[in-house]
Design a protein around this ligand. Structure first.
Ligand code: ZN
Length: 155
C-alpha cells in the first residue's frame, strides 16, 4: 500500500485481452481487475472498466453458473440472432462495411441494454464490490479476442 500522506495521485490506463469461446458468454474478469488495482498501489479511488467494442459489454452481476446460463438465454430471447435486421442485410447496407463483416445486429441490440463500462469504488486498496458482485466481459457476437481497458484513478 502506498503512503497516502504523500498524496501523489495515480491515473493510469491499463489494457488486457481475453479470448471468448461463444456468444453470449459471461467471462469473469474480476481477479484481473483487482490485480491491476494491487499494482497501482492506491488506497482510495475508482477503477473504470471499459470495452472499446460495440458487441462486447462490461457488466457487474453474480457468478453463479445456472444464473449465467439464464442470463445468456435472456439475451438470446431479447434479440434473437435469426430475426431480420437491416444491419445484416449486406444487399442494402453501405455504411461501416469491412472485408470480414459478419451479421451481428442481434449483438449490437443486446449491447444496447448492457453497456460498455462499469465504475467501481476502490476502498483500502480493494474493489469495493458487494458479496455477490463480479465484473464480467460479456461476449455478444462470436468467439474472438477482446480488449478490456481499466483506468485506475486514486491516491
Ligand atoms: Zn455490426
Amino acid at each position: 500500500m502506498r503512503d497516502t500522506t504523500a498524496l501523489q495521485p495515480v491515473a493510469k490506463l491499463h489494457t488486457f485481452s481475453v479470448t471468448t469461446e461463444r456468444a453470449p458468454q459471461f467471462l469473469d474478469i474480476t481477479d484481473r481487475v483487482q490485480e491491476l488495482v494491487d499494482k497501482a498501489g492506491i488506497s482510495q479511488g475508482i477503477a473504470t472498466v471499459f470495452t472499446r467494442h460495440t458487441t462486447a459489454a462490461i457488466r457487474i452481476n453474480e457468478n453463479e453458473p445456472l444464473l449465467l446460463a439464464d442470463m445468456e438465454e435472456f439475451l438470446k430471447r431479447l434479440a434473437p440472432k435469426d430475426l431480420y435486421y437491416r444491419h445484416n442485410d449486406f444487399g442494402i447496407r453501405t455504411h461501416n462495411m469491412t472485408a470480414d463483416e459478419c451479421p451481428n445486429a442481434h449483438a449490437h441490440c443486446q449491447h444496447l441494454i448492457l453497456g460498455a463500462s462499469e465504475t467501481i469504488p476502490v476502498v483500502g486498496g480493494k474493489l469495493a464490490l458487494g458479496r455477490w458482485q463480479r465484473i464480467f466481459l460479456v461476449e455478444l457476437d462470436r468467439p474472438r479476442e477482446r480488449e478490456v481497458c481499466v483506468q485506475i484513478i486514486g491516491l
